[in-house]
Design a protein around this ligand. Structure first.
Ligand code: 9MR
Length: 355
């Protein structure tokens, strides 16, 4: 679906400036309406402790967002030492920032195939000890942020990369195929008030993966697991065809559970075609941002857990670095200088329309 006239009109000032090439824009864009002011549901961003030292970053977070996901500080890789010790300094710093600023916290992640800490590797042939250790870990982490964390990604990225079947890393090795159900039960014991998510990526781009994700959710629910939320990470890129950005949300809505757009970014360097210049790339990004925002905003109120972006300014994104990153990527809603982009305006327009 193309953005409506209203979305395009709302995006017009940003688009006009973007057309000059975002790196050469001399005048700052007029301030957008704070994102959270337009939404009737929590709007989140991820952040890292280092970013809390930057006044511009903190200002953008305070004015635009109402929920925070720590980008890695609440993951096992940060919390759990090789000897089984727990390290909460960084996680506590983010929790403190949330408390001080009246922001909701979303925790990620408790059980993730890609993290196989030595403390669990050592126990994988001793099922009882492995289970006790995981119960203790989930109890300690969720217990520490009880009351502040509204929800947690309990099981992250359980569907196989190609969408055909599942993967469980050390968790399946230690607990068998039932590891996800056990993890959800442990999470409910630790914090009965938290929304407990199954979370995954590429659900928009890969029908097979979306299908397997739904089968897993059905299986868990049938087995009585306290799965109470569904997360679609939504790492998208500008090659996404019209209508695709909202497909996961629309499919998952039938479960009647709260839905989290949990890690939205829209890469501008993806795709196997040339769009010709920054402006058209940012326009394509805005179209996709508007589509996914629209699909989320029209959900029934009780299903709108949160709409979360995976970072604030383009330069903060994980897509700028690492092996698969690209130095020119502009995947987020604010540019390197903290100026609002067309994608932000498109999201605001979609949120406003859905009221
Ligand atoms: O953006 C995150 C990056 O800073 C971390 O180094 C990495 C490993 O913890 O995780 C990244 O976030 C991932 C998220 O937790 C799960 N979905 C994919 C995200 C991007 O890789």
């Amino acid at each position: 679906m193309r953005p409506s006239r209203r979305a395009l009109i709302a995006a017009a000032p940003a688009l006009a400036l973007a057309a000059c090439g975002h790196r050469d824009v001399a005048q700052p864009l007029p301030p957008a309406r704070p994102l959270k002011a337009t939404a009737r549901f929590p709007v989140g961003t991820s952040l890292m402790t280092g970013e809390l030292q930057e006044p511009q970053f903190v200002g953008l977070v305070r004015s635009n967002f109402s929920q925070i996901t720590p980008e890695w500080e609440m993951k096992m890789e940060r919390i759990l030492g090789a000897d089984g010790s727990l390290h909460f300094e960084a996680a506590d710093q983010i929790a403190g920032f949330c408390r001080d600023n009246g922001l909701r916290l979303h925790g990620t992640t408790l059980v993730w195939y890609s993290q196989d800490p030595p403390a669990f590797e050592a126990l994988k042939d001793n099922r009882a000890a492995f289970e006790a250790k995981l119960r203790e870990y989930i109890g300690a982490v969720m217990g520490r942020y009880k009351g502040l964390a509204r929800g947690w990604d309990v099981v992250n990225e359980a569907v196989a990369e190609n969408g055909d079947g599942y993967r469980g890393g050390v968790w399946a090795a230690g607990l068998g195929d039932d590891y996800a159900r056990l993890a959800f039960e442990m999470a409910r014991e630790a914090d009965p008030g938290a929304v407990l998510f199954l979370n995954d990526y590429n659900l928009e781009q890969m029908p097979a993966k979306l299908n397997s994700f739904q089968r897993l959710a059905e299986r868990l629910l049938k087995a009585g697991a306290p799965l109470t939320g569904l997360g679609t990470q939504s790492h998208l890129d500008i090659s996404l065809a019209k209508g695709e950005a909202g497909v996961a949300i629309k499919a998952l809505a039938r479960f009647g559970l709260p839905i989290h757009v949990s890690e939205l970014d829209i890469s501008t360097v993806g795709g196997d075609f040339s769009l010709g210049g920054d402006a058209s790339r940012l326009e394509a990004q805005a179209r996709i941002a508007g589509e996914i925002a629209e699909a989320f905003a029209v959900l029934p109120a009780h299903q709108r857990y949160a709409f979360t972006v995976w970072g604030v300014r383009d330069k903060d994104s994980w897509l700028r670095g690492g092996k698969s990153g690209h130095p020119d990527d502009q995947p987020l809603l604010f540019d390197d200088d903290g100026r609002p982009k067309p994608a932000l305006s498109a999201i605001e327009a979609a949120f406003a329309r859905a009221k």
